[in-house]
Write a protein of this length. Structure first.
Length: 365
């Protein structure tokens, strides 16, 4: 896709003004390094966007609020869809990633593609040494995700993966509760509706619900409790009268054992008309629940705690997409891959875990 391109020694500056009060980065492992002094930072980063689906509508408002980027180019297989995004958010419409990179020279790129198309875009960006944040999952198939990891060997490049639950601002409180009383049982539930995109219904395009959707639960469990092994899983597929072409499993369940000794029970389904999406951490005498509330305006999250005296619910104060995207921009500006909330290598560990679940079911997903 065009001649090779490497990160320029000087980041292009686009006239603009920083917010008077910058937002501090949030670190997954505690206090992160402070942001460079404003005098050492570019006013705004030039950003490319690959994909024009639903999730872009969660990133673009966040990026506008952060006021740290200017959208330079948008890539879509549909020129009309690309133009619709640029008409509202700015930038130039393109139908080819290589063309956009050659024309716009973005400082960083957001990859928001269906899973079966994600890895190919990531490999182009790695070849060109362009920092990027890619949405989860890493790919529809394991081989594509592993190929990207091989491309990254010996490459020092900022790459983030969109496991946005890691950006929930109440997670430090969750960690504190678990430090006091470790989880004995981890229960994940992603039970809800069939997502509308046609690609989601086909395993070869989405990877199935465990890989594409419930992966958030498995990643959050890894992040909060530790590594785990699959001890058994089962799934079933039932025909859908309204979507006879759908071949993803209708239901799935898995049992895990964490390195801490905790037992995990995870279930998912897409046959309902309402949603229950949560990760419940059960400790001695207490319950800690990370809950996602789906809605037409986008998801929101809350922390529910119960120490035997009734439930208390605390909503997030910041959008985790904002926290995630901010950490990515911090990493790009500092040229420090470790500042991303979720690196590719870390995301690959989650990817391998969910594919182990699928393999244990004996199904394709």
């Amino acid at each position: 896709m065009g001649a090779g391109w490497s990160m320029r020694s000087m980041i292009a500056r686009v006239p603009g003004t920083r917010p008077a009060c910058g937002l501090a980065p949030i670190s997954c492992e505690g206090d992160g390094a402070s942001r460079p002094h404003p005098s050492q930072m570019p006013e705004r980063l030039s950003l490319g966007l690959v994909g024009t689906g639903w999730v872009t509508g969660l990133h673009l408002p966040v990026l506008r609020r952060l006021d740290r980027t200017v959208l330079a180019g948008v890539v879509s297989g549909s020129a009309e869809r690309a133009s619709a995004v640029t008409g509202r958010w700015g930038g130039t419409a393109h139908t080819d990633l290589g063309q956009m990179l050659e024309a716009e020279h973005p400082d960083a790129v957001l990859v928001c593609l269906p899973p079966d198309r994600t890895a190919a875009a990531c490999r182009v960006l790695i070849e060109r040494r362009v920092p990027f944040l890619t949405e989860k999952p890493l790919a529809a198939g394991a081989a594509d995700a592993e190929a990207v990891e091989r491309d990254l060997e010996g490459v020092d490049l900022v790459i983030a993966v969109g496991y946005n639950w890691r950006g929930l601002d109440f997670l430090p409180a969750v960690r504190e509760r678990l430090a006091e009383r470790p989880a004995r049982l981890v229960v994940g539930r992603w039970t809800g509706r069939l997502p509308p995109p046609p690609w989601w219904r086909h395993v070869v395009e989405s990877g199935g619900q465990v890989v594409e959707q419930a992966t958030h639960l498995y990643d959050a469990a890894r992040f909060l409790v530790g590594e785990a092994e699959v001890h058994g899983a089962a799934s079933a597929h039932s025909p859908r009268a309204d979507h006879p072409d759908a071949d993803v499993d209708s239901v799935a369940a898995a049992v895990l054992r964490f390195e801490t000794g905790a037992i995990g029970a995870f279930v998912n389904t897409s046959v309902l008309d309402s949603d229950v999406i949560e990760l419940e951490l059960i400790s001695d005498g207490r319950r800690t629940i990370v809950r996602m509330h789906a809605g037409p305006a986008g998801p929101r999250w809350s922390l529910v705690t119960d120490d035997g005296d009734g439930e208390r619910e605390t909503p997030t104060q910041r959008d985790p997409y904002e926290v995630q995207d901010e950490a990515f921009l911090d990493a790009v500006e500092a040229r420090d891959p470790s500042r991303a909330l979720c690196t590719y290598a870390d995301a690959l560990a989650t990817d391998r875990l969910v594919r182990s679940v699928v393999a244990a079911t004996g199904s394709r997903g």
